[in-house]
Design a protein around this ligand. Structure first.
Ligand code: NAG
Ligand code: NAG
Ligand code: NAG
Ligand code: NAG
Ligand code: NAG
Ligand code: NAG
Ligand code: NAG
Length: 681
């Protein structure tokens, strides 16, 4: 054994990290942030103070010999779960003696490494989580954290010794994605040779979603424990479930699923879909039998307890249902849940049944933005997409007896009427943006959410209008990202995820890439963050004081550093950048928008089969640009090639075709475009 103090230890810290061997043909594997085992040892010592000595065994296992008052911080890289360890002490402590042997404190951000944990309760004047005090028996003992002290997301563990104790074999048993033996088994990938930051973003997105997939009975216990924490509540329907965040709230929030569910599917495949399945089962389970309304969140939130409802989140659940249906291609699932979906759509239809054709926002709970109400643009853009997409699903799965053809007609007619009204009532020609609602107050606010959703879901009526909205949205940007007009001093990484997708939808890949590089580049580089997971949100200056004026009360230690609603770039790069996107029932589109990238590829696994695309662009001078793409799509699917630039000739497997050609799936297709216009940057 090697005995060292920190200074020596730093000089000697050459022990090997356990990293999986990288295959040269799969360079992206180096960017998978997950470990290959479910039992994780700390990777390094972050800090040490007081009278403490660390022994490091040849295979890198630490033994901490700690005297009273000493403190050691272990760096686990980003994990979540329960710790176990072996303790050894000669001091026995009487039962009523309050002074423990040591305490354990947990932190996500390097900024909050200290003897007490970061917070799972937003009260800035008090540190409610404190530390977990541990008293052990004398001699050598195995210690494991009690199940209810589950800690869903952390990077650092600070051990403070109140008495002399030796601690060895500290291991974190991972909680996330309980169905995976090997957390590095990701079924999807993304790669570009041209910009490493984008690769890191894609992988940070998937890892974030992975850390948000919870084992049952690890939701926040309410009323919240004061002085400490308890994460032993039942999440909903029993199964691994995609939640909002790793540390907290550890609940299903239906709006979040709109972004998070797609990330989980793209990166993790079956394990991701499974987690969405249980989240949606929970939403259906609690659907209101009388009016068809779907819940705002899972049953373990304060909002649930208060009976809060949300029209916007209701629509997001419907969007998540559509996504789940088209990503799985599972008709049985659709049939089982068609009544739930129908009741949900009927709730929307009823709200639209007025002179205007837009829904008035009655329950204005949302992602924490201010304002809302009236004919709110974000709500109506979401309603439009829910109606139009579920109408297409109804039409594509209609049989003579299931009545879905009529539903398809009714829902798409309502969608068409909504779209017309949306542009008549909410468009502001001088701002080139949609207003928040029809009132004077609503006309003073041009929201990031309503405008991004309007672009993403095709509420605009011309290319000029889309370009103008895309351009106008950039007026919100500061040097790290969009300061959202609907919540002052805030960069919403959730709504900015929608905005990234929106710029692609407006055929502005250059703007989308600029936004990703600026905002997600900041998140990955900031010393406040983890570097491997994506934060819930930020203040306008990039601090962790997210949502300070809206109930987070300037308590930066409360902000979640792994929150899967912030993972828009994963979806944007695969679906829009590479451009192979599942858009309907067994239907995909191939529409590459490389921006300034020359070469990019992605793959993802659906129960229908594997989707894979790689695209390469090269400038051939006076001969124009050459597009060389390979597509692999499952049998039984079909798609459209919809190149956003013109080519003199396009061939599929050597056969000349028009550049907007329907293509059937099954097998590999090589697409060559010769003499193309330069891709838009
Ligand atoms: C843990 O023990 C320390 C030392 O006795 C004490 O100051 C602290 O309040 C205890 N923390 C909790 C949460 O009980
Ligand atoms: C969860 O933990 C809290 C706090 O320790 C406790 O009051 C509660 O009974 C526990 N619930 C279950 C289901 O174990
Ligand atoms: C279900 O909907 C009905 C009709 O809108 C309403 O009166 C009732 O309170 C709702 N139930 C719950 C549990 O919210
Ligand atoms: C389709 O969905 C049903 C209902 O959720 C499920 O039982 C079945 O296993 C699914 N089929 C596939 C191939 O995943
Ligand atoms: C929705 O689904 C749940 C669970 O699958 C079911 O119990 C409930 O009756 C359904 N509600 C409606 C309105 O169809
Ligand atoms: C319209 O929007 C503004 C800004 O969000 C909000 O303050 C106002 O209350 C809304 N009007 C109505 C009628 O809800
Ligand atoms: C950043 O913004 C937060 C929230 O408004 C504020 O508390 C903090 O002082 C600001 N930091 C700097 C360095 O300006």
């Amino acid at each position: 054994m090697l005995v060292t103090r920190l200074s020596q230890w730093l000089a000697l810290s050459t022990f090997a990290l356990l990293t999986a061997a990288n295959d040269d043909s799969k360079p992206w594997e180096a960017y998978i942030n997950s470990p290959s085992s479910r039992h994780i040892r700390p990777r390094s010592i972050k800090a040490i103070s007081g009278d403490a000595v660390i022994h490091t065994s040849p295979d890198g296992v630490y033994t901490l010999h700690m005297k009273q008052g000493s403190q050691i911080t272990l760096d686990f890289s980003y994990v979540g779960g329960l710790l176990s360890m072996t303790t050894s002490t000669s001091e026995s402590v009487a039962e009523n003696d309050p002074v423990p042997h040591f305490s354990l404190a947990f932190a996500e951000s390097p900024a909050f490494i200290r003897a007490i944990s970061d917070d799972t309760k937003a009260v800035p004047t008090q540190d409610y989580d404190k530390a977990l005090n541990v008293t052990v028996a004398a001699g050598s003992q195995a210690y494991a954290m009690p199940r209810e002290r589950f800690r869903g997301g952390f990077q650092y563990v600070t051990i403070h010794a109140f008495r002399s104790v030796s601690i060895s074999d500290v291991v974190c048993e991972l909680g996330y994605t309980p169905s995976q033996q090997n957390p590095r088994d990701w079924e999807g990938h993304f790669w570009t040779d041209d910009d490493e930051l984008l690769v890191r973003m894609w992988y940070a997105g998937v890892f974030t979603a992975q850390t948000n997939i919870a084992p049952p009975h690890t939701s926040r216990w309410l009323p919240q424990v004061v002085d400490g924490w308890a994460y032993n509540a039942t999440l909903g329907v029993e199964g691994p479930m995609l939640l909002d965040g790793a540390k907290r709230d550890r609940a299903v929030w239906s709006g979040d699923l709109g972004i998070a569910g797609t990330t989980a599917f793209l990166g993790l495949g079956s394990v991701g879909l499974e987690s969405v399945y249980y989240a949606l089962e929970t939403m259906f389970y609690f659907q209101n039998e009388t009016d068809g309304m779907l819940p705002y969140s899972g049953p373990t939130t304060g909002s649930w307890r208060k009976g809060s409802k949300s029209d916007v989140y209701h629509a997001w659940v419907l969007v998540a249902c559509f996504n789940y249906a088209i990503y799985t291609g599972n008709e049985t699932w659709i049939d089982i849940h068609w009544d739930n979906i129908t009741r949900g759509v009927e709730y929307v239809m009823q709200r639209l049944d007025n002179d205007v054709g837009l829904a008035e926002q009655v329950y204005d709970n949302d992602w924490a933005r201010l304002g809302g109400g009236g004919y709110n643009s974000a709500l109506n853009a979401l309603n439009y997409h829910a109606l139009a997409s579920l109408a297409s699903l109804a039409a594509d799965t209609a049989t003579e007896r299931n009545g879905r053809e009529q539903q398809a007609n009714d829902w798409s007619a309502a969608a068409a009427r909504l779209k017309t009204a949306f542009n008549t009532v909410l468009w502001d020609e001088s701002a080139k943006l949609y207003r928040d609602n029809e009132t004077t107050a609503g006309a003073r606010l041009f929201p990031q959410d309503g405008n991004s959703l309007a672009l993403l879901y095709s509420l605009t009526t011309s290319r000029e209008q889309s370009t103008a909205v895309s351009e106008a949205l950039t007026r919100n940007w500061n040097n790290i990202g969009p300061v959202t007009p609907e919540l002052p001093d805030t960069i919403s990484t959730f709504i900015s995820s929608v905005e990234v997708l929106a710029h692609y939808a407006a055929d502005q890949p250059g703007t989308a890439l600029k936004l990703m590089r600026r905002t997600w580049g900041y998140m990955l580089e900031s010393p406040l963050m983890t570097g491997t997971t994506l934060v819930e949100g930020m203040s306008a200056n990039g601090s962790l004081a997210y949502r300070s004026m809206r109930s987070y009360n300037y308590d930066s230690t409360y902000t979640s550093l792994s929150h899967s609603w912030s993972t828009g770039p994963t979806q944007a790069l695969s679906f829009k950048g590479v451009g192979l996107e599942i858009v309907g029932w067994k239907k995909w589109i191939f529409r590459p928008q490389p921006g300034d990238l020359k070469s990019l590829e992605t793959a993802y696994m659906s129960p229908m089969g594997e989707f894979e695309a790689s695209v390469q662009f090269s400038d051939k001078g006076i001969l124009g640009w050459l597009l060389d793409a390979t597509l692999k799509t499952p049998k039984g699917t079909s798609g459209t090639m919809d190149l956003p630039f013109r080519c003199k000739t396009v061939t599929v497997n050597g056969w000349p075709v028009s550049w907007q050609k329907p293509v059937t799936g099954g097998g590999v297709k090589r697409i060559l475009g010769v003499g193309c216009d330069a891709p838009q940057t």
